[in-house]
Design a protein around this ligand. Structure first.
Ligand code: NAD
Length: 497
């Protein structure tokens, strides 16, 4: 019998009373690591109540003290980096090195949250009218909710609650049911860092728990990261319930390769950005757009992709791990078959991949398609596997038109030696995050994570200054202090006097 993951409500790790549980499996072995409960209605209610109760005291805690809490938290996360990464690697199947990267990119956001006093500075204008000054205050919202995907069980929760809490809010996290052990460990470290009771809560569950949170009268804001279909549901339901919502969704990211780009750098970037984390990244490159003679790179690309060896989390030589579940594997294999049927040329087929010693792993080998056309399913759908589609075009104009016709706009990159081509691409592409000779341009947390089009629903993005605005309300104060008892008579106009 494996342990059942506890809920974290009002500072206590408590077992759920739900008999409805799901297995948490190691994707390389199918070993059951734990069971995750689907929290009951009453337990979700208790988590929100705990966050609501904690809010009135937490919002009064001095801002530098909230910053010190984040400093202690980032220190603990660094101290426990390898231990958390080991948990993360086992439940996601990521290689240990990539698991450490997942946590590290979250720690960077906690570091940014340590800067909260500066981030919460408002504005002041003296003398907006005779003897009147105006200033703005940045105030927390109340209870905020985060709903996170399986593919970054450390980084994405850490995109959300540290900054929300540093801003003075309290938080209920509903992590992915596929890898809840990492967020649970993050919550344990939050207790050790000194998070007061109720400031952070963690509940587990699926659609029912999420819908309860989305429509709960005491919830003010919802951050979601996950698939397009669920994101649209979250955005619609949350905004209908008059919540502030940001929903980061799926993607289909293109890398444009100009003929003047350095071939070795291009191939190396394409291999890493398409197959790293078994392609299960919302910023993975899944389409290579080769312009003109750049198509001559295909044989070298094929050779280097073929040399990649997937393996288990504890295999230091593995290039990447299995996909998260049998279901995810079936879906990717279905798309690979569909690609062949629709007429793409499958130069490398990873469908029958095996790994010695791990007969039950959800393995998919590196897969490369050429002659891909925009109407094909492998071009249109997010595959979320180690599959790269190559599209050849003649000009940069065609490449830009192709990228801009995509309904998604999460990330893109251009590889070129020409500043002119790069500048034009950066200026004209309708994608929120652009890399110039950088294949996966995930911004550091002093910027924001700024997906566009179908990859994002909402107004304000994740982390950085935009997240501070998302998790706060601005109050503008107009203030006059009389220095005499003189009365100038009623002002019957709207003009300020
Ligand atoms: P998912 O949408 O299946 O699940 C995300 C979260 O929503 C989980 O917590 C899950 O329990 C919950 N959920 C699932 N079905 C639900 C429903 N019907 N109603 C309410 N909640 C539901 O996503 P996933 O498979 O865990 O993650 C992979 C997806 O996330 C990919 O599409 C990827 O591109 C996307 N993603 C996007 C970003 C980004 O920043 N744009 C980052 C990471 C992942």
């Amino acid at each position: 019998m494996t342990r059942t993951v506890p809920l974290f409500i009002n500072g206590e790790f408590t077992p759920s009373s739900s008999s409805n549980t799901l297995p948490v499996l190691n994707p390389a072995t199918q070993q059951e690591l734990a069971r995750v409960p689907l929290a009951t209605h009453g337990e979700v209610e208790a988590a929100v109540a705990s966050a609501k109760n904690a809010f009135s005291a937490w919002r009064e805690v001095a801002v530098p003290e909230r910053a010190r809490l984040m400093l202690r938290y980032q220190h603990l996360l660094k101290q426990h980096h390898d231990e958390v990464a080991e948990i993360l690697a086992q439940e996601t199947g990521k290689t240990f090195a990539d698991a450490k990267g997942d946590l590290w990119r979250g720690i960077e956001v906690v570091e940014h949250a340590c800067n909260v006093p500066s981030l919460l500075m408002g504005e002041t204008v003296e003398n907006v009218a005779g003897g009147i000054d105006s200033y703005s205050l940045i105030q927390p919202l109340g209870v905020c909710v985060g709903i996170t995907p399986f593919n970054f069980p450390a980084m994405i929760p850490l995109w959300m609650y540290p900054l929300a809490i540093a801003c003075g809010n309290t938080f209920v996290l509903k992590p992915s049911e596929q890898d809840p052990l990492t967020p649970t460990r993050l919550a344990e470290l939050a207790v050790e860092a000194g998070f007061p009771k109720g400031v952070l809560n963690v509940v587990h569950g699926g659609r029912e728990a999420v819908d309860q949170l989305l429509t709960h009268p005491d919830v003010q804001a919802i951050s979601f990261v996950g698939s397009v279909a669920v994101g649209q549901h979250i955005y619609r339901t949350g905004t209908n319930a008059l919540k502030r919502v940001q929903a980061f969704a799926g993607a289909k990211n293109h890398m444009v390769v100009m003929p003047d780009a350095n071939p070795r750098q291009v191939v190396s970037a394409l291999v890493g950005a398409s197959c790293g984390a078994a392609g299960q990244r919302c910023m993975a490159i899944s389409v290579a757009v080769l312009v003109g003679k750049a198509k001559d790179l295909i044989p070298e690309l094929q050779q280097q992709m073929a040399a990649l060896r997937p393996g288990a989390w504890n295999d230091s030589g593995a290039a990447y791990g299995p996909v998260i579940s049998k279901r995810a594997k079936e879906r990717v294999l279905g798309l690979i078959e569909q690609g062949k049927k629709e007429g793409a040329n499958c130069l490398l087929d990873g469908s029958r991949c095996t790994v010695d010693g791990y007969p039950d792993g959800n393995w998919i080998g590196p897969t490369l398609f050429t002659d891909v056309k925009p109407h094909m399913s492998i071009y249109r759908e997010e595959i979320f596997g180690p599959v790269l589609c190559v599209v050849c075009v003649d000009t940069l104009d065609e490449a830009i038109a192709l990228v801009n016709a995509s309904p998604y706009g999460n990330g893109t990159s251009i590889f070129t030696a020409s500043g002119g081509a790069a500048r034009r691409y950066v200026h004209e592409c309708t994608v929120g995050q652009v890399g110039v000779n950088v294949p996966i341009p995930v911004p550091l947390p002093f910027f924001s994570f700024t997906g566009w089009k179908g990859s994002f629903m909402g107004d304000l993005h994740a982390y950085g200054k935009q997240a501070v605005r998302f998790y706060t309300e601005t109050k503008t104060v107009t203030s006059r202090w009389f220095d005499s008892d003189a009365v100038s008579g009623p002002n019957l106009t709207i003009a300020m006097k």
